[in-house]
Design a protein around this ligand. Structure first.
Ligand code: WTA
Length: 645
């Protein structure tokens, strides 16, 4: 069956920066002559010292290193703010839309953003923060989150933003791992009309995070919080005493900009570290290419700043490009399923960038919620975070965009800094469910299990053969783990952890993770993390967690739990375990199914056969494959008989 094809609308082909031939030329040059290509691209950045070298890297163990523009100097915040002051100081930089639609939106021009960020930077300095120090930011989606992030960049401190939905336990782990003495938080967050006790969570985390010395608290809701003398400071008190101007720190291109913790297939979440120059270039270039951003457009990335999508496409990319970026405090479906489209109308948004899981949830609520809004301002629609099923793609295209807005499906990862495979609106004919073609400089390949490169239309594991400027530089505090995780499976290449298919037209289709990472509502989750949380419970002897198909979330969390001898397995305990995981990690890790299992399918050497557990969770019990190598094949019958779902 031929793929459905949605050709580039004639108007886009005419008006966009790149048409099909333009893209081919750009891409070809990026691979043929990377040195001069990237030095030319580097001109989009305002350098304090312009670099003369582009990429200098090797993925080989003997000479492993990754550097971009290493002799350049810049300040990322100056690129996102100061350089726009002369030309567009009075243009709105950030539109902030509150959780509650009856409240007014707030707007900050580039000039106002400059003052806010300088003040925040001076507060950080007054609390002893210096260049290279780590600052943990645990804030809701309020303007201060943007100010805090950019303030760190301004003074050369390394920010580590922790999503406000993470538990005190998870927060403590992240504070401790990067040895961060300062946490910026708020009294409370608001989402969907509910309050999130952020400051109380920090208090609980502090008991387990000895590195923490100072908590800067933004008054967001005015809710009651306990302030600890000598440790906690109100942001507004500290800000009252500082100057409204703060000079920028001249940073080396390779100096770290931020750490962002993300889940892998083993162990604790890793602190993904991004650089200053290469990262900023990548965020800004991909934002311009994929979304053909034009001055005056209102851009809305509906992610949270706690994820990489929020870093690259709410803040760094759009602000570097002088855009008007919208920041939304709330949920896509509160007070009802019209909310996103009402925000679009309210602020005349040109581009919405969101996750397939949100689209699937809204789609379920019916078209009427969309139909009652105008959406005339929309010209592009983007998605990110997980494979988009063609049904959701078509709904986005037909119902939301009324057939006139190209869908920009961007494949990338926390590790990649920005989009890697994605269409260009004026260049790429679209196929629902395909992320289409690689960005300049990105050379994806498919390999089989043995690492043999596969050619033509086929399926395999997705590797990237060469470095690109936005690539992560290390795992914070564990460079060996960085090399081990990404460069040893297929030596000489970056292994993404994803599977993919390339079709006869050279289009890329991401098929999902091939490791023990699952993608729940577009959030990355290591099955090992959920397992360690479960076995911490005093009644649990052993746990194995796998993904299961889920209509809205994409994947759900299916947990097999073996209880200690003598413990009664009942619904009350099941509910308690669900609650336990939520409080250990956070609500995003809520198990969707818990099956009590007297035994897990293990090989004679004690290895859990996850393949079998995945099949049972998927309800695909007719093809469990060879179970004869199991130590006790009978456990499988019990698992099948007691499947939850
Ligand atoms: C998945 C989010 C298919 C993929 C930016 C990847 C996608 C993981 C897409 C990274 C997409 C992200 N199509 N799959 N457009 N975008 N993924 O680090 O499995 O939170 O490896 O970064 O999400 O998730 P992360």
């Amino acid at each position: 069956m031929p793929d459905e094809l949605y050709p580039v609308p004639a108007e886009w082909a005419r008006s966009a920066r790149y048409d099909a031939a333009g893209y081919e030329k750009l891409y070809g040059r990026s691979l043929a002559d990377p040195g001069s290509f990237w030095l030319e691209q580097a001109k989009r950045i305002d350098w304090i010292k312009r670099p003369e070298i582009a990429g200098d890297w090797s993925f080989d163990e003997a000479d492993f290193h990754i550097e971009w523009f290493a002799d350049g100097k810049l300040n990322v915040a100056a690129n996102c703010i100061d350089r726009h002051l002369a030309g567009r100081g009075d243009q709105v930089a950030i539109i902030w839309e509150p959780d509650d639609p009856s409240e007014d939106a707030r707007r900050f021009t580039y000039r106002e953003l400059h003052a806010e960020v300088c003040r925040f930077a001076n507060v950080l300095k007054s609390q002893g923060v210096k260049r290279g120090d780590r600052v943990t930011i645990y804030l809701p989606m309020i303007p201060e989150a943007a100010f805090a992030v950019l303030a760190c960049a301004r003074i050369g401190a390394i920010h580590s933003v922790v999503f406000g939905g993470f538990s005190p336990e998870a927060l403590a782990g992240r504070i401790t791992d990067c040895d961060s003495a300062v946490v910026v938080t708020a009294d409370e967050g608001r989402r969907g009309g509910k309050r999130v006790p952020l400051k109380a969570n920090v208090d609980a985390a502090a008991d387990r995070a000895p590195a923490l010395k100072t908590v800067i608290v933004v008054k967001a809701t005015g809710g009651e919080v306990a302030m600890q003398n000598g440790r906690d400071v109100w942001y507004h008190d500290a800000a009252a005493g500082v100057a409204a101007d703060c000079p920028v720190e001249a940073m080396n291109a390779e100096d770290p900009l931020f750490i962002l913790y993300t889940s892998g297939s083993t162990g604790k979440p890793k602190g993904v570290l991004h650089s200053s120059g290469g990262y900023l270039l990548w965020a800004s270039l991909t934002h311009e290419l994929c979304f053909d951003y034009r001055p005056g457009d209102v851009w809305w990335c509906a992610a949270d700043i706690g994820w990489v999508t929020g870093h690259s496409y709410i803040l760094y990319g759009p602000l570097a490009n002088g855009a008007t970026t919208l920041m939304y405090e709330g949920l896509p479906n509160w007070p009802d399923a019209s909310r996103i489209w009402q925000v679009v109308d309210r602020h005349r948004v040109h581009t919405v960038f969101t996750a397939p899981t949100a689209l699937r949830a809204l789609m379920k609520d019916g078209d009427a919620f969309v139909a009652r809004t105008s959406r005339k301002s929309l010209k592009l629609l983007g998605t990110v975070g997980e494979p988009i099923n063609p049904e959701a793609w078509r709904w986005y295209h037909e119902v939301v965009g009324e057939g006139r807005c190209p869908i920009i499906d961007t494949w990338w990862q926390t590790e990649t800094g920005g989009a890697m495979i994605a269409p260009l609106p004026g260049a790429t004919d679209l196929k629902p469910g395909s992320a289409t073609k690689p960005m300049p400089g990105v050379d994806p390949q498919l390999v089989d299990e043995k690492g043999t490169v596969l050619h033509g239309a086929t399926e395999g594991n997705l590797i990237i053969t060469r470095s690109w400027p936005g690539q992560m530089r290390t795992v914070w505090g564990d460079h060996a783990r960085f090399f081990q995780t990404y460069f040893t499976t297929y030596p000489g290449n970056y292994f993404t952890g994803d599977g993919a298919r390339r079709d006869e037209d050279g289009y890329w289709w991401i098929t999902g993770r091939v490791d023990d990472v699952i993608n729940v509502s577009g959030h990355r989750m290591g099955t090992a993390e959920v397992e360690s949380a479960l076995v911490l419970h005093p009644m649990v002897a052993e746990a194995a967690v796998v993904g299961m198909p889920h209509e809205v979330k994409g994947q759900g969390i299916y947990a097999y739990v073996t209880l200690n001898a003598g413990v009664t397995a009942d619904d009350a305990l099941r509910a308690e375990l669900v609650k336990w995981v939520r409080s250990e990690i956070g609500p995003i890790a809520t198990p969707d199914a818990v099956q009590f299992a007297p035994g897990l399918p293990k090989t004679r050497s004690g290895k859990i056969m996850r393949r079998i557990l995945r099949k049972i969770a998927e309800g695909d019990v007719s093809s469990l494959g060879d179970t004869s190598t199991l130590a006790d094949p009978a456990v499988v019958d019990d698992l099948v008989a007691n499947r939850v779902g």
